[in-house]
Design a protein around this ligand. Structure first.
Ligand code: KG4
Ligand code: ZN
Length: 391
C-alpha cells in the first residue's frame, strides 16, 4: 500500500510518501520520499505562529513539497494527468479558498503523470484552522484526481505513533506493553493520555493555560532570543550547566506540582520569569542562567506529573512525544529518572527527526485508523477541526 500523507496543522508544510507492508500494528513503513518545509523564518518576527501567514505559506509550498516527495520516491514522471473540464471545475471548487493552490496543482498535473496511491492521510486537527484547511482541501483535491480514499488524522495521535516508530531498526512500530501513558508536549498542547490498547485514548491530564512549547517560546522572547524558543533555551541552559553559572532569579515556581490531579499550568512560570527579568538589561550569563532555571522548573513539573500518571494507572510504557520532546535535556532526565523509580516502565522518545511536526507520523496514525475501521465517512464531509481532541 502506498500512502500519500499531508500535514499542515501549524508551521511545517509536510508531504510524505510511505510504502506500507502488513497490517497495523505489525506493518512496516518505508519512507519513500518526504518534502518538509518549516516556516520559522516567516513567523520569527512575531515570536509565535501567525495563522494567516501560515495559511499563505502552506498554499505556496504544498505543491513544491509534493514534488520533492515524488522525486525522492522516484515516482515523479513527466507527462500529463488526463483531466476533464469537469474535473478541473471540481478542483477549483474544492480549492475555492486557496485559488493559488488550485492554479499550482492544475499546472503541476498538466506536466506530471501521477502515480497510484492507496490511501491519503491528512491532519484535520487539532491545530490552526486556516492552516489545517489548506491541507484538508489539498487532500480532497488529490483524492478527486487520483480516486483515492482520505483518512482524517488527529495530529496528537501522530505524535504518539512517531515516538514508537523505529526508523533505525525495522521501519515498524515498537510492540509496546499496555497500559501505556503518553506525555504530549508541543507548541499547542501539553497533555497526558492513557492507552489501554492500540488506538484507544483517554485524556487524563492537560494544561489549563499555556502549552510547554508555548512557554518556551514566550520565555525566549522575554530573553530576546529568536523563535522557536525551545532549541535556543536548550542550548543556553546547557551552557549554564556546563559553566556552573549561579542562579539569577531566586527559585522559580513549579506550578500545580501538588495539585493532586494530572493537570498542568505554565503561564505562572512564564510570569515569574517576566517579573524576574523586569526591564533589566541582561548580560549573556544572566540569560543562560534564566534559561537553565526555567528548563529545570519545566522538567520538574513534567517528570513529577508523569510519574503520578504512570503509577496511578500502572503503566508499563511511557511515550513522550511532540516538538518539545526534541530536547536532549528532557530525554536524559526522563530516562535517568524512570530508570530509578520503582515502576517498571519503558520510556520511548521519538527519533530526533520525528519529534517536531512531519507527515510520516500522520501516515502511521492514518494507517492505524484505516485498519481499525474508525473511519469511513465520505471525503466531502471531512472538515478541519482545530479543537479536535483524543478521547
Ligand atoms: O510539535 P511541534 O513541532 O508543533 C506543534 O504541534 O505545536 O512543537 C513545536 C514546539 C515549539 O514550541 C518549540 O519551541 C518546541 O516545540 N521545541 C523545543 C525544542 N525543539 C522544539 N522545546 C524545547 N527544547 C527543544 N529542543
Ligand atoms: Zn505537533
Amino acid at each position: 500500500m502506498i500512502i500519500l500523507s499531508i500535514e499542515t496543522s501549524c508551521d511545517e508544510t509536510a508531504v510524505s510518501l510511505i510504502k506500507v507492508e502488513g497490517d497495523f500494528p505489525h506493518a512496516t513503513y518505508e519512507i519513500l520520499g518526504t518534502g518538509l518545509l518549516s516556516q520559522t523564518e516567516t513567523h520569527a518576527p512575531y515570536g509565535g505562529v501567525f495563522p494567516s501567514l501560515a495559511k499563505r505559506d502552506h498554499i505556496q509550498n504544498l505543491v513544491p513539497m509534493f514534488k520533492v516527495a515524488l522525486c525522492e520516491a522516484d515516482l515523479y514522471e513527466e507527462g500529463a494527468q488526463e483531466i476533464t473540464h469537469d474535473d478541473e471545475q471540481r478542483i477549483r471548487e474544492i480549492l475555492e479558498r486557496e485559488t493559488d493552490l488550485a492554479d499550482a496543482l492544475l499546472d503541476f498535473i498538466k506536466q506530471t503523470k501521477l502515480p497510484e496511491f492507496d490511501l491519503i492521510t491528512v491532519t484535520n486537527g487539532p491545530g490552526l484552522a486556516p492552516a489545517l484547511w489548506v491541507g484538508v482541501n489539498f487532500a480532497k483535491a488529490m483524492s478527486h484526481l487520483t480516486k483515492t480514499p482520505v483518512v482524517p488524522v488527529d495530529h496528537m495521535e501522530g505524535h504518539i505513533l512517531a515516538s514508537i516508530y523505529d526508523i533505525e531498526e525495522d521501519d515498524a512500530l515498537t510492540q509496546i506493553e499496555f497500559p501505556a501513558v503518553a506525555l504530549l508536549i508541543s507548541g499547542g498542547h501539553t497533555e497526558l493520555v492513557l492507552m489501554k490498547q492500540w488506538s484507544q485514548y483517554e485524556k487524563i491530564g492537560q494544561t489549563k493555560d499555556d502549552a510547554v512549547g508555548e512557554a518556551f517560546d514566550k520565555v525566549a522572547r522575554l530573553l530576546g532570543l529568536p523563535y522557536p524558543g525551545g532549541p535556543e533555551i536548550e542550548r543556553l541552559a546547557s551552557e549554564a550547566r556546563k559553566e556552573n553559572i549561579p542562579s539569577f532569579i531566586d527559585s522559580l515556581p513549579r506550578p500545580m506540582l501538588h495539585s493532586g490531579d494530572l493537570n498542568f499550568s505554565f503561564s505562572g512560570l512564564k510570569t515569574a520569569v517576566r517579573y524576574g527579568v523586569a526591564d533589566r538589561d541582561l548580560n549573556s550569563d544572566e540569560i543562560k542562567s534564566i534559561a537553565r532555571d526555567f528548563s529545570d522548573a519545566v522538567k520538574d513539573v513534567l517528570i513529577t506529573k508523569t510519574e503520578h500518571a504512570v503509577s496511578d494507572f500502572g503503566a508499563r510504557t511511557l511515550i513522550v512525544g511532540g516538538g518539545v520532546s526534541a530536547s536532549q535535556f528532557l530525554r536524559d532526565e526522563f530516562n535517568e529518572h524512570f530508570l530509578h523509580t520503582s515502576s517498571d516502565v519503558t520510556v520511548y522518545f521519538p527519533h530526533r527527526s520525528f519529534s517536531t511536526d512531519n507527515a510520516v507520523m500522520i501516515a502511521l496514525a492514518g494507517h492505524a485508523k484505516a485498519m481499525t475501521a474508525r473511519s469511513g465517512s465520505s471525503v466531502d464531509l471531512i472538515r478541519a477541526d482545530s479543537n479536535r481532541t483524543l478521547s
